[in-house]
Design a protein around this ligand. Structure first.
Ligand code: HEM
Length: 190
């Protein structure tokens, strides 16, 4: 049997759908100050719904990753490069969980969460995290701020890791002459 040179179709689909949803979610929220007033609430609600969807997809992706071995890295890569790639992928998985989870926790610590239920894409009510909502109000306000900070900082780390991830892929593709992008490109041949 030929050695596997590409990720499975499911892994490729999850990679690009999650990347796209995260990019849209970041653009949506970073532009929030430019929207007319009556767009702000729907935009933040859509941000929350996309984020929860990402959390679900990331859980699927991690389960898929544990049950499906990725293609081996090309032999040309040295020990440091292998380590750096694995470490960067590990941090990216961590951020893919931390971003939506910290957002959900931050939103659950919002003082008005009890009177403003969250609806997933306006379809059905999505629960807040009960034990966070139950925290005593002054302490909860502190947690709201701290979790908002974690959420924002996870975003900054994500921008840096995303940059490294893309630079690494481009280096392998164009400087090392490996068929790197083909490993994760939808429809490409191995
Ligand atoms: C793909 C997952 C997510 C990404 C990449 C993401 C990213 C971000 C970023 C970059 C910001 C701006 C932070 C700043 O610089 O101040 C933000 C704000 C926020 N996020 Fe998320 N987020 C995600 C999921 C969620 C989820 C699941 C929720 C809640 C259920 C949520 C709730 C919020 C709230 C309430 C804000 C503040 C919005 C405002 O200005 O009123 N996020 N998010």
């Amino acid at each position: 049997m030929l050695p596997q040179t590409r990720y499975t179709r499911t892994a490729i689909a999850l990679h690009w759908v999650i990347a796209l949803l995260m990019a849209v979610n970041i653009a949506l929220i970073l532009l929030v100050d430019r929207y007319p007033d009556d767009w702000v609430r729907p935009a933040v609600d859509t941000h929350k719904s996309i984020g929860i969807t990402v959390l679900g997809l990331v859980i699927l992706r991690i389960l898929w990753r544990f049950t499906h071995r990725p293609p081996a890295m090309p032999g040309l890569y040295g020990a440091f490069e292998r380590f750096a790639a694995h470490a960067a992928h590990g941090v990216l998985y961590l951020l893919m969980v931390l971003l939506p989870l910290s957002g959900w926790m931050h939103d659950s610590a919002w003082k008005d969460a009890g009177t403003h239920p969250m609806y997933l894409f306006g379809l059905f009510e999505w629960p807040r995290i009960g034990w966070i909502m139950a925290i005593e109000p002054t302490l909860k306000e502190t947690w709201h701020t701290v979790l908002g900070g974690v959420h924002a900082w996870a975003g900054y780390v994500l921008y840096a890791m995303f940059g490294l991830h893309v630079l690494g892929a481009l280096k392998h593709q164009f400087l090392d002459g490996e068929r790197e992008l083909q490993r994760m490109w939808p429809g490409a041949r191995g």
